[in-house]
Design a protein around this ligand. Structure first.
Ligand SMILES: [Zn+2]
Length: 277
């Protein structure tokens, strides 16, 4: 949800659309520097959250941040920005901060993974707060880290902070990375692999997105639920899994209104709820 006009507007919009949980940015995602949060902003956010009864409240980090970057300046700037966002989340009482593990830019996967591990440790060391960092699965575009469950397992294993780190799984990204979800058997197999390698107990959030791109394409293009290559069946499969249906599902589908004038968020929510039944 958009934070235009104030962070609390994301919560109010979510409540208006009858969401149970919400994801927002905690800073302008296209800028590196932000003025610090004021006491008043923090208080309004806490008050609005209480009345909106949203649980959990999730933040998504800026797309500018690349914690796997080989360039020292870009890396340093990214870690500082992630630490700042994490501090903001702590002050705002946000439950999870989702971030992309980024791209190693051709410098080698293993080096990229180690830089992500260092970045996470720096952020967690700098600010002691109860917000949990979540590494998001990626589609495998370019030299991205995080498109194989093994990458995530290695990051979690090396950071060794199971209470402060977890995983966010994006349905569009894992499908683009070559994990099947469209059939009952395929979906079951994907989560068996996930459980064996990463552990389902580390999975805290689902980004529920359909996709415009093909299986194993490596390309990340979100689509409305049921309208893309994943289709309704994939989400029915996900929501039939008792472990998964308890998790917060976040839509990152296109915004705006349908040709019939209906709000796309409402349509996608209604579709997911229908498939959950
Ligand atoms: Zn996502």
């Amino acid at each position: 949800m958009s934070i235009a006009g104030g962070l609390e507007n994301a919560l109010l919009d979510a409540r208006r659309k009858r969401c149970g949980c919400v994801q927002l940015f905690v800073a302008n995602q296209r800028q590196w520097r932000h003025p610090p949060l004021t006491e008043e902003q923090i208080e309004v956010f806490h008050r609005t959250r209480q009345s909106a009864r949203l649980d959990p409240v999730i933040a998504h980090s800026s797309y500018l941040i690349n914690p796997a970057a080989p360039d020292a300046d870009i890396y340093k700037r990214g870690v500082a920005a992630l630490a700042d966002e994490y501090d903001r989340c702590g002050r705002l009482g946000i439950d999870y901060l989702v971030f992309h593990p980024g791209s190693h830019k051709g410098s080698g996967l293993q080096k990229g993974i180690l830089r992500v591990v260092e970045a996470i440790k720096k952020v967690l060391d700098k600010h002691d707060n109860p917000c949990r960092l979540l590494v998001e699965t990626t589609a495998g575009q370019g030299d991205s880290v995080g498109c194989r469950f093994e990458h995530l397992a290695e990051i979690l294993g090396r950071v060794k902070s199971p209470d402060r780190l977890g995983v966010c799984l994006d349905t569009c990204h894992v499908f683009a990375a070559g994990y099947e979800l469209r059939t009952k058997g395929g979906c079951k197999q994907t989560f068996k692999i996930f459980d064996d390698i990463v552990g389902c107990e580390n999975l805290k959030v689902i980004h529920a997105n359909d996709t415009k791109t093909d299986f194993n394409s490596g390309v990340d293009r979100h689509e409305h639920i049921g309208k893309g290559k994943l289709g309704r069946e994939a989400f029915r499969n996900l929501l039939a899994d008792r472990r998964l249906r308890k998790l917060p599902f976040i839509l990152e589908t296109p915004k705006g209104k349908s040709p019939g004038g209906r709000d796309y968020d409402m349509l996608n929510l209604a579709m997911l709820r229908r498939l959950a039944r």
